[in-house]
Design a protein around this ligand. Structure first.
Ligand code: SAM
Length: 307
């Protein structure tokens, strides 16, 4: 059974955005294997760090990601929490004070991310464990171990989604919760619009013009993937909007995004194309800022709460 709630004070959905999304978001989506993810985009934690910081600085929803997660996690402070695709532990660092008497376990495919996570939480009193591995192969973890399992902006990279959710269910204690946080495929449509227009104008390679891999599993189709594994699935949605009054921080955000920068991944764009893309994207964004005062990037996010 799926129940659905939209939370937060900020709603940015407009008829204009809907029309734009219908026009811009391609049908076909990109696929990144775990091996490619580790070897290319997630070989270091730099791009993720840039995106997290810029997102936090330019968001207009007063609630941050961890506020929404806390609502979905409903922690008492003693839980054992497993984070699948923990990245650099930016999120875990903010959840940790709510688990002072609990325990954290982070799993990630990327050794560089785990090193960053270990550094970030070094010396905290809450016990932390870091495991290198894929979210669809949790053989190292025992059945019925965790009170909460979460997978935040990671599932779209996981090769075997069915096995990932079966594994999450297996390691979850009876009465526990699994959280899957993801986006709508048209989230950040304004960024895709300037990027794809520039790519088309430059006759860029077709494989760079696919929708983000988030279309693999998103707020739109997540329930279909989760329903076979959980009795109850609730969806908590929220919106946010990054507003950039200067081009440079937007450009840093754009560069750090795998899909838009086209700079990493198994078949990256040549440097000359990247430079030309950035030039066109800069001009388009500067024009919007000159006209409206800022360039907006609207995010449609949510968490499936499964039990
Ligand atoms: C976009 S980041 C999200 C990190 C963190 N959850 C957050 O929200 O800040 C995605 C993370 O998933 C990891 N990842 C990608 N494929 C994975 C897989 N198959 N299993 C586990 N982690 C994976 C990447 O290394 C990266 O750290």
């Amino acid at each position: 059974m799926l129940t659905s709630t939209v939370t937060g004070t900020q709603t940015f959905a407009t008829a204009y955005l809907e029309r734009l999304a219908g026009k811009v978001i391609p049908e076909e989506h990109a696929v990144l294997t775990a091996e490619d993810a580790r070897a290319t985009y997630f070989r270091d934690a730099d791009a993720l760090e840039v995106k997290q910081k810029i997102h936090d600085r330019f968001r207009t929803n007063p609630k941050a990601l961890h506020d929404h997660l806390l609502e979905a996690l409903a922690l008492r402070g003693t839980e054992e929490l497993l984070d699948l695709g923990c990245g650099n532990a930016f999120v875990l660092e903010r959840l940790r004070p709510h688990l002072a008497a609990g325990h954290l376990t982070g799993v990630d495919i990327s050794p560089a991310m785990l090193a960053a996570a270990r550094r970030r939480l070094a010396g905290v009193a809450t016990p932390c464990e870091w495991i290198e591995g894929s979210a669809d192969r949790l053989d190292a973890l025992v059945d019925d171990t965790f009170d909460r399992v979460m997978c935040v902006y990671t599932a779209h990279y996981v090769a075997d989604l069915d096995r990932c959710f079966a594994e999450a269910r297996r390691v979850l204690r009876p009465g526990g919760r699994f959280l899957l946080t993801t986006d709508r495929p048209d989230s950040m449509v304004e960024m895709y619009d300037v990027h794809l227009r520039a790519l088309r104008a430059l006759n860029g390679p077709a494989h760079l013009a696919r929708a983000s891999s988030k279309a693999r599993i998103s707020l739109t189709n997540g329930h279909r993937h989760l329903a076979p594994h959980f009795d109850q699935v609730q969806l908590l949605e929220w919106q946010d909007q990054l507003q950039f009054a200067d081009v440079q921080p937007f450009l840093d955000f754009y560069r750090a995004s795998y899909h838009c920068s086209a700079a990493s991944g198994p078949a990256p764009a040549p440097p000359s194309l990247l430079a030309a893309l950035e030039e066109r994207v800069t001009a388009a964004v500067a024009e919007v800022i000159a006209t409206y005062g800022y360039f907006a990037v609207t995010k449609f996010s949510g968490t499936f709460i499964c039990s």
